[in-house]
Design a protein around this ligand. Structure first.
Ligand SMILES: Cc1cc2nc3c(=O)[nH]c(=O)nc-3n(C[C@H](O)[C@H](O)[C@H](O)COP(=O)(O)OP(=O)(O)OC[C@H]3O[C@@H](n4cnc5c(N)ncnc54)[C@H](O)[C@@H]3O)c2cc1C
Length: 226
């Protein structure tokens, strides 16, 4: 008999299993793959927040990505290319006593597709809600929203705006490229909304309408925080 069954042994499933086990819950984690984590779904775009949470395994995969870059820049043959689908846009976080975390709920950054930090944060949010004991789903929504969800929802709204801006890309791309120094100064891989706000605020382009829409959308009262 188990207290929890975790379906999927990716970063979010692994994290919630470890969290719950450490609190004494009896957890069964299952995965459809016989070999977990293969192929590696990480291009190495992680910062120290993730490394601090998961330790050396991720650092190793980052180094792997660097090797690939060296291959490309060194004019050598590319031996293998890999890709995958990243589902974006948050869904419902659960139903009764079934909960979704990580990519399964679209809880990654819709601007970049990066989802490792977001997956870990959602798993931690759910663990906290479970440890509170009652009203797990409602608590999970609130904790996730305050923990990292606000950024995820903002990124999703930004992604929709960026998609609409495609027709301006001939103006937009050179503008971004000439602002690399500013972007580097405020950039944070886990909080991409900061960069877009900076670019929008300092843009010479006529994008007032887009800024207005963005502010309206990002301030919208999402049901997660209720
Ligand atoms: C090519 C690629 C590169 C990426 N690079 C980066 C990066 O550099 N930085 C970053 O932050 N993010 C990156 N991502 C995104 C990141 O990999 C995901 O956001 C993250 O893995 C999500 O973790 P997860 O545990 O929620 O889901 P997953 O990692 O997808 O894990 C889900 C697990 O569930 C299992 N599963 C699925 N269906 C079932 C089922 N029906 N029954 C049992 N098991 C099931 C799967 O086998 C898998 O092991 C990349 C993604 C891809 C595809």
């Amino acid at each position: 008999m188990y207290d929890s069954i975790v379906v999927g042994a990716g970063p979010s499933g692994g994290r919630i299993s470890a969290n719950l086990s450490s609190k004494g819950y009896k957890v069964l984690m299952i995965d459809l793959k016989s070999e977990i984590g293969i192929p590696n779904h990480c291009s190495g775009l992680v910062d120290e927040r993730v490394v601090n949470i998961v330790g050396q395994d991720l650092v190793a995969s980052g180094k792997g990505a660097l090797e690939v870059v060296k291959h490309i820049t060194g004019n050598r043959n590319i031996v293998r290319k890999r890709g995958g689908i990243i589902p974006i846009g948050p869904t419902e976080l659960g139903l009764e006593n079934i909960f979704l975390v990580g990519d399964a709920a679209g809880l990654n950054k819709a601007t970049t597709g990066g989802g490792l930090y977001a997956a870990l944060k959602s798993a931690d949010s759910l663990s906290m809600a479970i440890n509170k004991g009652s009203n797990i789903l409602e608590n999970y929504k609130k904790i996730w929203y305050n923990n990292f969800g606000k950024e995820i929802l903002r990124d999703y709204e930004m992604r929709k705006i960026l998609d609409k801006m495609e027709k301006y890309y001939k103006l937009w791309v050179p503008y971004v490229l000439t602002n690399v120094r500013g972007i580097n100064a405020i950039g944070d891989v886990d909080y991409p909304s900061k960069i877009l706000l900076y670019l929008m605020a300092s843009s010479p382009l006529k994008i007032n309408e887009i800024i207005k829409n963005f502010i309206l959308l990002s301030n919208r009262n999402h049901n997660y925080s209720k």
